[in-house]
Ligand binder design. Structure first.
Ligand code: NAD
Length: 307
């Protein structure tokens, strides 16, 4: 079991939605919190609210797309609390519409945050965790959109598929690190509890949940804004996203509860909406049988909520 009380959690995208819910849950469990977000005002409000509730929390304004800023985040966490035990690579954004109508800026923005943000987190924090030689865990927020390919959200889908693959590979790499550590320890005649055995990871794949995700544009930097207005497919995708997010039955707090339960059990796949799995299975069968891709909406209406 992973123990939370007194341990240090770093959360990206902490000022809204899932990140905020992870922070609330961590505070309730007595964790020390390092909260990161690209929105400094919302971050300051979040830190103030958590401190008012008695939490030991700091805020570090951070754009996770920046390698240097994620490195600075890690340094700030170590300066404040000395260690990092739990990392939520959670910050994420999305843009919709037909793939061929998406701009270079759309790709750069979404991949910068959703993919490189997670990559920076893994690159910077995993060595810190391995060197600590204490139980530590990384949760990467992907999406059901990392397991399926719903139409008119191609950049988001591609970015979340990348997070799925990155995180599955991280799992294997940590296993290998553990095995190598145990071999080295055995050769040196030492106890065989290796550093890699202390660090584990999970992949969070929620469907749509009411958060600020449908208004992700608020976090887009000026340098990556589009010169022209949205196309018809982009407007339609935006409206569909708003509807889907608002119709989500689980809350962000529910997702945080499910996620912390999975961390405690060190479970890798965190599927918050299990009704989606029939469609995931259908996609896998399409691949195995070399069938053309089934419509992800065809099996269950709830797949329409596959955010
Ligand atoms: N809400 C859903 O339906 C849903 C479903 C599946 C996956 N997700 C994923 O959950 C994660 C959290 O999203 P959410 O739903 O809580 O949305 P949200 O918009 O409520 O919260 C996202 C937070 O990330 C911050 N952020 C944006 N860009 C950032 C950057 N470059 N650096 C640091 N912080 C940044 C935003 O300011 C915001 O506070 C995302 O990765 C999202 O893709 C959400």
């Amino acid at each position: 079991m992973f123990e939370f009380t007194g341990k240090v959690a770093v959360i990206t995208g902490a000022a809204s939605g899932f990140g905020r819910a992870f922070a609330d849950k961590g505070a309730a469990l007595g964790m020390k919190l390092v909260l990161a977000d690209v929105n400094p005002e919302a971050l300051a409000q979040t830190v103030d609210a958590l401190r008012a509730g008695g939490a030991d929390a700091i805020g570090v304004p951070t754009d996770v797309a920046s390698a240097a800023q994620v490195e600075a985040l890690a340094q700030a966490a170590l300066d404040a609390f000395g260690k990092v035990h739990l990392l939520f690579n959670n910050a994420g954004v999305g843009s919709g519409g037909f793939l061929w109508e998406s701009s270079v800026n759309d790709w750069s923005w979404v991949f910068g945050v959703n993919v490189m943000g997670v990559a920076h987190g893994v690159r910077v924090f995993t060595p810190i965790m391995l060197a600590q030689n204490e139980p530590a865990h990384i949760v990467n927020t992907a999406s059901v959109a990392g397991l399926l390919s719903p139409p008119a959200m191609g950049i988001y889908n591609a970015s979340k598929h990348a997070v799925v693959s990155l995180t599955e590979t991280l799992y294997h790499d940590l296993q290998l690190a553990q095995a190598a550590q145990m071999t080295q320890a055995a050769e040196a005649g030492q106890a065989t509890q290796g550093a890699g055995s202390h660090v584990s990871c999970s992949l969070l794949c929620p469907a749509f949940v009411p958060t600020g995700i449908a208004n992700a544009e608020r976090a887009r930097p000026a340098t990556l804004r589009n010169d022209s207005g949205p196309t018809r497919s982009q407007i339609a995708a935006g409206k569909q996203l708003q509807r889907a997010v608002q119709s989500g039955k689980l809350s962000a707090a529910d997702v945080a509860d499910i996620t912390f339960e999975a961390i405690a059990a060190r479970r890798f796949y965190i599927i918050t909406h299990p009704g989606i799995m029939a469609t995931v299975e259908l996609r896998h069968e399409d691949i195995e049988h070399l069938r053309n891709p089934s419509d992800p909406m065809s099996l269950k209406p709830e797949v329409k909520n596959a955010g």
